[in-house]
Design a protein around this ligand. Structure first.
Ligand code: ADP
Length: 190
């Protein structure tokens, strides 16, 4: 199996590059943000629980996120591998993912971390807001999401660096050039 974690702060281009990864490697894509938003839209019990958290740019508790992620993986028993987009966002999530993948006889192959500075992130999200109108793209919520990233999520990087799986990619430039760098990193483990 080829299992890729695509990693980066809000606005780094995870969604865009995930689509390129899907097209190239034909893997199942799990975006925890998308799954949460679908639950909210469908007004499920989980959706009701997490609605406020998402609207405010706060991370959902690990226990909820981890069990949801495991459910999503189990829904794809035929997959040749997975693209994990927006997960793991904390070290306990990274540990839980490793334990879970070991249990089902696989592992993370590679972690692609998109590197984008804060000014560029804010510029991109301001643009996205005009198109998608996501509640959590509002200025104060965005600052909270960036803060969550730099206090909690950033610690996931050394976790994977210690495993020798981390590839940092410059996330500024043309989408196709960035993807070429990503594909090069993925192809080292294929
Ligand atoms: P972005 O990367 O642009 O911040 P996402 O769509 O990935 O947006 O996530 C939106 C929100 O969903 C997050 O701010 C958080 O509330 C919740 N979320 C997504 N993934 C996770 C996760 N792995 N752990 C906790 N909360 C998450």
């Amino acid at each position: 199996m080829l299992n890729i974690v695509i990693f980066g702060p809000p606005g780094a281009g995870k969604g865009t590059q995930s689509q390129n990864l899907i097209d190239t490697y034909h893997l199942a894509h799990i975006s925890t943000g998308d799954v949460f938003r679908a639950h909210i839209k469908n007004e499920t019990d989980l959706g009701k629980k997490v609605k406020e958290l998402l609207a405010n740019g706060v991370l959902v508790p690990d226990s909820i996120t981890i069990s949801m992620l495991e459910e999503e993986v189990k829904k794809n028993p035929e997959a040749k591998g997975f693209i994990f987009d927006g997960f793991p966002r904390t070290v306990p999530q990274a540990e839980a993912l490793d334990a879970f993948l070991t249990k089902i006889g696989t592992a993370i192959s590679v972690v692609v971390a998109l590197d984008v500075d804060q000014d560029e992130l804010k510029r991109r999200i301001a643009e996205r807001k005009k198109i998608e109108n996501r509640a959590d793209d509002a200025e104060d919520k965005l600052l909270k999401r960036i803060d969550e990233y730099f206090t909690k999520t950033v610690h996931v990087l050394p976790y994977y660096k210690n495993q020798g799986k981390l590839h940092s990619i410059n996330g500024i430039g043309k989408v196709e050039d960035i993807f070429a760098s990503i594909a090069k990193a993925v192809n080292t483990v294929k």
